[in-house]
Write a protein that binds this ligand. Structure first.
Ligand SMILES: Cc1cc2nc3c(=O)[nH]c(=O)nc-3n(C[C@H](O)[C@H](O)[C@H](O)COP(=O)(O)OP(=O)(O)OC[C@H]3O[C@@H](n4cnc5c(N)ncnc54)[C@H](O)[C@@H]3O)c2cc1C
Length: 510
């Protein structure tokens, strides 16, 4: 599966890796967080190196829907349910500053974007209370939201029982803008290394990252890796990874007007795409949704097929052009975690937990990371930074963490039990399929992809979860903390740092 946005042209090219090189700041991760942080620091005169295991915008940044909105579905109502109004306002202010920074960058870099009314809508009357709560929370936070008129509701081409609307929000090509950030980094003398995985991060004796090709040194390290790739601070227990899906379509006639996110399930996220988003676009509509915790789905492929069926029902002539999936992390605290890593001696910083709103939350996180690294006096920082930075953990945050902890424990137990029920050798899985079986008491994953059958240890190298086959992406996904691996065991993303162990093809003991 490949996102609409990932056209091969104009992919930024990294520099050859020089083991032992020293910089002012090393940023791990060339997504929207890493590159906006790197550009801000480079503009302040620092020597910044960005290093990524894949390409620029390899993961969530390259696989998102490209909506830049302060409305954000039912996010504000959800935060308001558990936190004071001042924190919701600080969250909105942070996102506004993040959004303004990114659109300002897009203006100077010549990256096109379009303005739309963004809608948080109810698919049935049952969702209308949430629409109202979102309207109230948004208004309280200073956003000029309005309720959709009954005429506009009636004109909707898909089921829409009512919506709260925020005008003048943005739709942008997330890959184009991130590649443009990489372009500015390079032209202002920064360094970019792609295809180099960081395998360790250390604060002592001096701050450094380890890679298979050697170390890099800098007094400041920023982990912009989606979820932090170190267990310091145990952030993998304070967030959970949600995988979700997008499909783009060619649609005859006028594109829909506005961007939409349902507040009731199953989630539907809808946005138009046009030539104004960038020339040569083959699609006019993106429909996303059907998210679920990573590695906890009966069939990821069915989740995508369901989006296609829904679209064909309401846009009968829609022709599919691309389908893709990605994952993002949600903080149990509902507000992103940004700042210095515990036990990192102020040398290691990170940002995570945007809950699928990274296009504005990431530049906001970058502003905060930059202020910290440059030691900007607190009185000169915007008020939202202090409000968010000093927020308290409330009982509901702990409750959400405990519920998720229970699910992780259940997934761990059921994975091992299921693995025990089937012994190797197993029949060769059909194309695109993978099964977990028991090899002398250890789970082994056997899969067939592109005609090649492979076996790997099906135990996650992070904390020992038994992996689950993702039949949409053909990957091994961990139901515990969202690490993912290719069929040959190569680590793709998540808190795991090491690959899975390859085994003989039929999974038998050597
Ligand atoms: C389906 C979907 C739709 C979304 N739609 C929207 C939307 O419309 N609007 C919005 O605002 N947000 C949206 N989001 C959220 C948004 O995409 C993310 O919040 C954002 O992209 C996160 O950016 P990031 O840079 O922090 O992480 P990522 O983009 O995931 O980047 C992390 C980078 O770190 C690299 N990396 C990881 N580990 C290592 C390692 N060990 N060594 C070296 N490099 C490493 C990866 O290769 C990757 O490039 C969506 C998310 C999903 C999943």
């Amino acid at each position: 599966m490949r996102p609409l946005w990932k056209i091969p042209q104009d992919e930024p090219v990294g520099a050859p890796f020089e083991p032992g090189a020293r910089h002012d700041v090393i940023v791990v991760g060339a997504g929207i967080t890493g590159l906006s942080t790197a550009v801000m620091l480079t503009r302040a005169g620092l020597d910044v190196a960005v290093i990524d295991a894949g390409a620029v915008a390899e993961l969530a940044t390259g696989g998102n829907t490209g909506k830049l909105s302060l409305l954000q579905g039912q996010r504000l109502a959800v935060i308001r349910r558990h936190h004071p109004a001042s924190l919701v306002r600080a969250y909105v202010d942070a996102n506004r500053e993040g959004m303004d920074w990114l659109t300002g960058f897009a203006d100077t870099a010549g990256v096109p974007y379009t303005r739309h009314a963004d809608h948080s809508y109810a698919q049935t009357a049952d969702g209308l209370d949430t629409v109202r709560a979102q309207h109230d929370a948004a208004r309280e936070a200073g956003l000029p939201t309005r309720i959709l008129s009954s005429r506009e509701v009636e004109e909707s081409p898909f089921p829409n029982a009512g919506a709260v609307v925020l005008d003048d929000q943005v739709a942008i090509d997330p890959v184009r803008v991130t590649r443009a950030l990489a372009g500015e980094l390079l032209t202002s003398g920064g360094t970019l290394h792609t295809g180099i995985r960081v395998t360790g991060v250390h604060a002592l004796p001096e701050a450094r990252v380890e890679t298979a090709d050697g170390p890099l040194f800098a007094p400041h390290i920023v982990l912009a890796t989606g979820t932090p790739i170190t267990d310091r601070g145990l952030y993998f227990t304070k967030t959970h990874g949600q995988r979700s899906y997008c499909v783009s379509f060619r649609v005859p006639g006028d594109a829909i007007e506005g961007t939409f996110l349902s507040v009731d399930g199953p989630t539907r996220s809808i946005r138009p795409v046009s030539e104004a988003d960038g020339p040569g676009r083959t699609a006019q509509l993106i429909v996303g949704g059907n998210g679920h915790p990573v590695g906890r789905s009966e069939s990821e492929a069915a989740a995508v097929d369901d989006l296609v069926s829904w679209t064909r029902r309401w846009f009968p002539d829609a022709e599919e052009t691309h389908r893709w999936s990605a994952q993002d992390y949600e903080s149990h605290n509902l507000i992103p975690f940004v700042g210095a890593m515990p036990r990192g001696l102020g040398r290691i910083r990170f940002a995570t937990g945007y809950a699928k709103w990274g296009l504005s939350n990431a530049p906001a996180a970058a502003l905060r990371l930059t202020a910290e690294i440059l030691s900007t006096p607190r009185r000169e920082r915007p008020r939202w930074m202090t409000t968010i930075g000093t927020r308290l953990t409330v009982p509901a945050d702990l409750g959400r963490g405990a519920v998720e902890g229970g699910k992780v424990a259940a997934a761990l137990a059921s994975g091992w039990t299921e693995a025990e029920s089937r012994a190797v050798p197993v029949p060769r899985p059909e194309e695109g399929a993978g099964v977990v079986a028991n090899r002398a008491g250890r789970p082994v994953g056997v899969s067939t992809v592109d005609g090649v059958t492979r076996a790997v240890s099906a135990v996650c190298t992070h904390l020992g979860g038994v992996l689950d086959w993702n039949d949409a992406e053909c990957t091994w996904d961990c139901p515990l903390h969202a690490s993912r691996f290719a069929p040959d065991g190569t680590r793709l993303e998540g808190p795991a740092l090491r690959d899975l162990r390859p085994l003989p093809r039929d999974g038998r003991p050597d």
